[in-house]
Design a protein around this ligand. Sequence first.
Ligand code: DP6
Length: 357
Amino acid sequence: MAIYQATTSAPVNIACIKYWGKRDTKLILPTNSSLSVTLDQDHLRSTTTSRADPSFKKDTLWLNGQEELIKDGGRMATCIAELKRLRKELVEDKDPDAPKLSTFPVHISSFNNFPTAAGLASSASGFAALVSSIATLYALPCDASALSLIARQGSGSACRSLFGGYVAWEQGTSPSGEDSYAVQIAPQSHWPDIHALICVVSDDKKGTSSTSGMQRTVETSPLLQHRIKHVVPQRMADISKAILERDFDTFAKITMADSNQFHAVALDTEPPIFYMNDVSKAIIALVVEYNRVAVLKTGKVKAAYTYDAGPNAVIYTPKENVKEIVQMIVKYFPQKEAFKDVFGIFGVQGVQGAVVD
Ligand code: DP6
């Protein structure tokens, strides 16, 4: 008996230009384009195995070993249904000898190689790994951009994790979403010097989920309208150029400005949303001071902070500064032994961290 099974993995990505707001909540179509850096495969990633078998009773999902409900009509069910549809259309209808995998229930098992307790968003890597695993199982003749159309319907930011390196999610204009997909701006090898330092400030589950928070912002924030129309398009063009030219100073300034504006838009929401805490703000102050001194000496900044929908900091910096920044953070946020092994690099009280390259 043939076994139909595939395993793939996808890394976490961290946005420099933030996605925040949907124009279509079912199809997950964004109100603005976004751009991120996909972290290295070795560090923070989801690995997913999927298997199709006629003896299975129903589609079933396990996350880190725990069975999770696949809600009818929910995001997970949508992704699986889309992949089955493509299997039928692109493979089975074209080749009468191809096994009818689209008619078999599928079992999916996904693991993250980073602790859930680290408080890092796993929906991006999770949905990207799920889509690429089932696409491999089904031998779909689709490129990563085509698969990103499906991952997008699992979680918007997931579409960007189908590529490595520097990745844009073009918002698109079509109401059907066919032109709202991810594209690679440059592979990691184009600019391998950039490192991401993850500072886990808190592992508490965040108060307001991205999904509900961004919808509230769309409904109530006048600042979001300004951001969508007058800020993001120029930033997308400028940061893409900075990446292609390996211009860290511009890349860093845009990344920090966009993180600031995203949190300003959260505050402009009614009722307001706060994602950063006092430790997050202390890290911003530290990076600002570090950059102030760097600009005095060299005219250019050395580090960029960015925060998603939670208090954890990600600091982008060229490799030559990583050691100095780690030492600086450890100095201001004293070491906490318990977390040393979690990331293998360093752990600090209030801030636990990992260096990801
Ligand atoms: C702040 O992709 O988690 O991280 O599409 O509703 O699943 P849904 O939202 P999600 O939002 C991510 C928001 C962000 C910014 C970003 O990654 O671009």
